[in-house]
Design a protein around this ligand. Structure first.
Ligand code: PAF
Length: 282
């Protein structure tokens, strides 16, 4: 695997490659990331991965400084798996040599709901860096995880609207045996919080069970799930039943007509904010 830190080196490595398959990450790689690289390998060649903790997608009171940076061990994991041909690990200065005054504006009704409501500017930061990374790598395909469900949807719609010649593939969320979705932020959980964390996914499953048993009131289900988490000490940002198609709240009639749904949640355990989601077919 070649490790490059500049756009010039990256372009030298990829010259003439028209079928590159790309996995953008912020590093601190775990099995979830590694499975994205494996999927990338099935859809293109060479596989390019990036590790870049993107300051543009962190709010002023968020964990940009604390975000785990583990390049050496990340490289070792990638070397061991042998799925990636080039790893692009640029500095902030390389990606943002001047203040980034041009940004991708995400659409009302998609970029400002759920995560966008609680993390203003987050999706502008994500889409702007993804567009820049796509421009550096010029991949034919790119792979994103379903754990960041809204991000996946926004990246897909950005590619469609800007007519970018990149096909986006999604990988299912990879979970610990407890059900906890793998995430770089899990390492911030204390031992007691680690034992509690799987309750988030268990709660989403309870919402799913209720919907599949005939419940049709999304607000009632959300109230139930929020209370369940809050009673156990979670600080809940949202638990919300949405339509898979556009992340809008489904009507009772749509639920009755078996609209494909997804329940999404974000909640804090101590100082660590976790997100998760579960697709639901009725
Ligand atoms: O999902 C992530 O790790 C990041 O949001 C991404 C897509 C690499 C952009 O910084």
């Amino acid at each position: 695997m070649k490790v490059v830190h500049t756009i010039e080196e990256l372009r030298d490595q990829l010259r003439g490659q028209l079928r590159a398959s790309f996995v953008p990450t912020m590093g601190n790689l775990h099995e979830g990331h590694l499975s994205l690289m494996r999927l990338a390998r099935q859809h293109g060649d060479p596989v390019v991965a990036s590790i870049f903790v993107n300051p543009l997608q962190f709010g002023p009171n968020e964990d940009f400084d604390k975000y785990p940076r583990t390049l050496e061990s990340d490289i070792a994991k990638l070397e061991e798996r042998r799925d990636v041909y080039v790893l692009f690990a640029p500095s902030v200065r390389e990606m943002y040599p001047e203040p980034q005054s041009y940004r991708v504006q995400t659409p009302e009704g998609l970029g400002n709901i759920l995560e966008g409501e609680y993390r203003p500017g987050f999706f502008e930061g994500v889409t702007t860096v993804v567009l820049k990374l796509f421009s550096c790598v010029q991949p034919k395909v790119a792979v994103f995880g379903k754990k960041d469900y809204q991000q996946l949807m926004i990246v897909r719609s950005m590619c469609r609207q800007f007519q970018l010649p990149v096909t986006i593939y999604a990988h299912e969320t990879v979970r610990e045996s407890s059900g906890l979705a793998m995430s770089s932020r899990n390492r911030f959980l204390t031992e007691a919080e680690q034992a509690e964390a799987p309750v988030l996914y268990a709660t989403l499953n309870q919402v799913k069970d209720k919907l599949q048993a005939g419940a049709t009131d999304p607000l009632e289900l959300e109230g139930f799930a929020k209370k369940m988490l809050a009673d156990r000490g979670w600080q809940v940002d949202y638990v919300s039943v949405r339509k898979q198609m556009d992340l809008h709240v489904p009507t009772v009639a749509e639920i009755r007509n078996k609209e494909p749904l997804v329940v999404l949640a974000a909640a804090k355990l101590g100082n660590t904010r976790l997100i998760d989601n579960l697709e639901i077919m009725l």
